[in-house]
Design a protein around this ligand. Sequence first.
Ligand code: KG4
Ligand code: ZN
Length: 362
Amino acid sequence: MDRTLTLLGIESSCDDTAAAVVRASEAGTAEILSSEVLGQTALHADFGGVVPEIAARAHAERLDGVVEAALERAGVTLDDIDGIAVTAGPGLIGGGLSGVMLARGLAAAKGLTLVPVNHLAGHALPPRLTDGTAFPYLMLLVSGGHCQFLLVEDVDRFRRLGGTIDGAPGEAFDKTAKLLGLLQPGGPAVEAEAAGGDPARFRFPRPLLDREGCDMSFSGLKTALLRARDALVKAQGGITLQDRRDLCAGFQAAVAEVLAVKTERALAMCEVRPTALCVAGGVAANKAIRAMLETVSARAGVPFLAPPLRLCTDNAAMIAWAGIEQLRAGAPPSPDFTARPRWPLDETAPALLGSGRKGAKA
Ligand code: KG4
Ligand code: ZN
């Protein structure tokens, strides 16, 4: 008989409080029975970034309710669950601890298996849930807090080929929006403006393109945009709507080109041909960036795969799925784990510098 595995996933390492129930059959098919995500954008809106103490308090207050909602929507109780997968890092420690404590309590009360999951592994594995993608595949994780290339070789084997040495692209999109008086989150707002702009009018820098490998940098781009805006204000007393569209188009073109060129290099760095180029994270929603990546993967003859956005941005279904994959792979129980602010997926890769809007990077 086909034995199913049903896991509750809990995620609270950034600024989304999330819980989900995922059921997988032995044959490999999986179903997301529920996926609840409670964001905190409004709580941090006045501060220009995520405030760790506010995030931690919100997670502590909301986790119970979000878990209850996920169980209810899935039509299950804790008695129907085989185990709990919980994000144990990397990320903001306050939220991580709340999630881990809750998971520990529930698991102890019900005698359930507990699986600590690395948040980045959570982001890296959904292509297997949605498309059964075989190892190894190349994952570009590009969000407000992360930007890195991971060669996903197995459930627990990731090679980081490169990543940002400072901020993440989503953070740069958000900063750009702020500088130009657009709404947060900045990505969609900047993309909408860019659609009516001329990407050639402002030529912004493409940092690190002259450097080998696939490390990236985005902080110089923010400064360049600030300078261009200030130069316009100085020359003409303000910026017109068309100026703003052109600035957005120029900025987006620079990010897209950097990601495309570095993706090409990352593909070339893979010793074994990857089965797919996958992308995850909020920035993966950007159509211009997606189009560039699709072109790169077509040129390399590698299929391009972008799981649905709800699985690309922070959610707990990806954590439950990673837990299922780890259990299936025979991960030994680790009852003594705790939340960790830093937890590199690839312990052999040199640490990345900088810490983004969402805390320390792995
Ligand atoms: O993955 P995500 O939901 O959260 C984390 O950062 O963990 O990503 C959010 C980021 C924000 O910085 C947002 O501005 C960016 O993704 N984003 C976009 C777009 N939609 C969201 N960036 C560029 N273009 C978009 N269409
Ligand atoms: Zn994330």
